[in-house]
Ligand binder design. Structure first.
Ligand code: DOR
Ligand code: ZN
Length: 454
C-alpha cells in the first residue's frame, strides 16, 4: 500500500478538506483518514510525506485534442497522455476531429488501444455528431456508444442546421449520450479571427462577435428543452452564454458546460500583447508579448474583461460545471503565419492546474470550488465514476506543491507542440506526483533522482 501522509486533502465529492492520510491499495483508494501512518505501517508500506502539499483527486479534462490518428506531428496519444500526467490530469475526453474523424467504432477502438499502450491516462473517446463532422448526416451514435464513446461532438465546428441538431439530440438522448456543442453561428463569425471590439479595431483585424456564440447556445438550449436530451456547451467564452445557461438551468433544461483556463485568465488584449487580467499575476510573472502573437488565437476567441469575469462568476456559483483545457496542439506550419491565417488553438494540459490556482490566489475562486471544477464537477457532468478519493474509487491522485513557482518553458513541455500563450510566465503550483489507478505515472523531475536512489 502507499500512504500519502499529512497533506491537505481536498476531495469535494466526499466533502473532505483538511489534513488527512490517503491510503492507496492496489488500484483503489482504501481509506482517507485523520491518523498519520503508524510506526509499523512505516516499516511495511511506502509512506510519502505530503506535509505542506495538496493531495487531490486526479483531474478530469472533458476537452482535449490529441491529434492521433492523422496529425501525429502535432501530438500523439502517447505524448498527450504524458503531458496530461504531468499536469495532474488522469482522465480526459479525446475530441473526434482527427483524420479520419472519430465517427465510427474502428476509430474509437483505435484511440482506446493506443491509450492502453501508453498507459499514462484514462482516455475516453468522443464520437462525432455527424459523419465526418460535416453537419449533415448523423453518425451511428449507437455504434459509437457501444465502442466506448462518452459523448458526441463535432467540436471545431458547429452543427449549423437546427433540424440536424434536433435529430442529433433526439438520437443521443435515447442513448443517454451528452451532446457537446461548439456553439458558433458561422454566418456571424465568418472571416473573423479575434473578438469583435475595440482591440480588434485598433489592430485592424476582422472580429467575431460574442453573439455568434450566444445565439447558437440559445438555439441549442431551446432544442435541449424540446428533446429533453443532455446538452454540454464546450468552451464558454462570453457573458451572454453564462447568462443563457444560468437561466436554462433554472428552468430545468438538462445542460452542463465547461470553461477553459485561457478564457478565465486572458482577454482579447492578449492579442495586442498585453498580458493577463487575473489580479494574481504581477507584471514580472506575466510578461508582455508581441502584438499579433498567434499563440493568443483560438476559437472561441479571448473576449473582454467583463466576459472573463462572467466566466469566473459561473465557475464560482456552479453555472459552469467544469474547467476543461481545449488542449489544441499546432505546429509552426500552422502558427508561424499571419494572424488571420493562423490555426486556432492553444495547448493547456500542463498549465491548467496552476492557472486555476492563480484564480484561487487572486481571491476569485475558493480552493475547494476550484478542485471541484477540475475533478468531480466534470466527472458528474458526464456521469463518470472518477474524480473522487472516496473509498473504493480508482486510486487516481495528484500531489501538488501549491506554492512552488515554475517558469513555463514551451521548449520543455511533454506535449509535442509549443503553442502556449503562457510561455515565459511564472506560475505557482507544481504537480509533484500523479497516480493513475495506484500507479505512479508522473514524478516531478526534482524528485526523480532522489526516488531512484532509494
Ligand atoms: O481553438 C480551437 N482549436 N478551437 C476549435 O474549435 C478547434 C480546436 C482545434 O482542433 O485545433
Ligand atoms: Zn476543442
Amino acid at each position: 500500500m502507499i500512504f500519502l501522509d499529512g497533506g491537505r486533502v481536498v476531495d469535494p465529492a466526499s466533502r473532505v478538506d483538511g489534513t488527512r492520510t490517503v491510503i492507496l491499495d492496489g488500484g483503489r483508494i482504501r481509506e482517507v483518514r485523520e491518523a498519520p501512518a503508524s510506526a509499523s505501517e512505516r516499516q511495511t508500506h511506502e509512506v510519502i510525506d505530503c506535509r505542506g502539499l495538496l493531495v487531490l483527486p486526479g483531474l478530469v479534462d472533458l476537452h482535449v485534442h490529441l491529434r492521433e490518428p492523422g496529425e501525429e506531428g502535432k501530438e500523439t496519444i502517447a505524448t498527450g497522455s504524458r503531458a496530461a500526467a504531468a499536469g495532474g490530469i488522469t482522465t480526459l475526453v479525446a475530441m473526434p476531429n482527427t483524420r479520419p474523424v472519430c465517427d465510427s467504432a474502428s476509430v474509437a477502438r483505435f484511440v482506446q488501444a493506443r491509450a492502453r499502450e501508453a498507459g499514462l491516462a484514462r482516455i475516453l473517446p468522443a464520437g462525432a455528431i455527424t459523419r465526418g463532422s460535416l453537419g449533415e448526416q448523423l453518425s451511428d451514435m449507437a455504434e459509437l456508444k457501444e465502442a466506448g464513446c462518452v459523448c458526441v461532438t463535432d467540436d471545431g465546428r458547429p452543427v449549423m442546421s437546427a433540424g440536424v441538431m434536433r435529430r442529433a439530440l433526439e438520437y443521443a438522448g435515447d442513448l443517454e449520450l451528452p451532446v457537446m456543442v461548439h456553439a458558433e453561428d458561422l454566418t456571424l463569425s465568418h472571416g473573423g479571427c479575434m473578438n469583435e471590439g475595440p482591440v480588434a479595431t485598433r489592430l485592424g483585424l476582422p472580429g467575431v462577435p460574442a453573439v455568434a456564440e450566444v445565439a447558437m447556445v440559445e438555439r441549442d438550449l431551446l432544442l435541449a428543452e424540446l428533446t429533453g436530451a443532455h446538452l454540454h456547451v464546450a468552451h464558454v467564452s462570453a457573458s451572454g452564454t453564462v447568462r443563457a445557461i444560468r437561466e436554462a438551468k433554472a428552468r430545468g433544461v438538462h445542460v452542463t458546460c465547461e470553461a477553459t483556463p485561457h478564457h478565465f485568465t486572458l482577454t482579447d488584449e492578449a492579442v495586442a500583447g498585453v498580458p493577463a487580467s487575473v489580479p494574481a499575476f504581477r507584471q514580472s510573472d506575466a510578461p508582455a508579448a508581441e502584438p499579433y502573437d498567434t499563440r493568443a488565437k483560438m476559437n472561441p476567441p479571448l473576449r473582454t474583461e467583463s466576459d472573463r469575469q462572467a466566466v469566473v462568476g459561473g465557475l464560482a456559483d456552479g453555472v459552469i460545471d467544469a474547467i476543461a483545457t481545449d488542449h489544441a496542439p499546432h505546429g509552426p506550419l500552422d502558427k508561424d503565419v499571419e494572424f488571420v491565417n493562423a490555426a486556432n488553438g492553444v495547448i493547456g494540459l500542463e498549465t491548467s492546474l496552476a492557472l486555476t490556482l492563480a484564480l484561487v490566489r487572486a481571491g476569485e475562486l475558493p480552493l475547494p470550488r476550484a478542485v471541484e471544477r477540475l475533478s468531480s464537477g466534470p466527472a458528474r457532468a458526464f456521469g463518470l465514476s472518477c474524480g473522487t478519493l472516496a473509498p473504493g474509487a480508482a486510486a487516481d491522485v495528484v500531489v501538488v506543491d501549491p506554492e512552488r513557482a515554475f517558469r513555463v518553458d514551451a521548449q520543455r513541455m511533454f506535449s509535442r507542440s509549443r503553442n502556449t500563450p503562457f510561455s515565459g510566465w511564472t506560475l505557482r503550483g507544481r504537480v509533484l506526483r500523479t497516480y493513475l489507478e495506484g500507479r505512479l505515472v508522473h514524478l516531478h523531475e526534482e524528485l526523480r533522482s532522489a526516488e531512484e536512489g532509494r
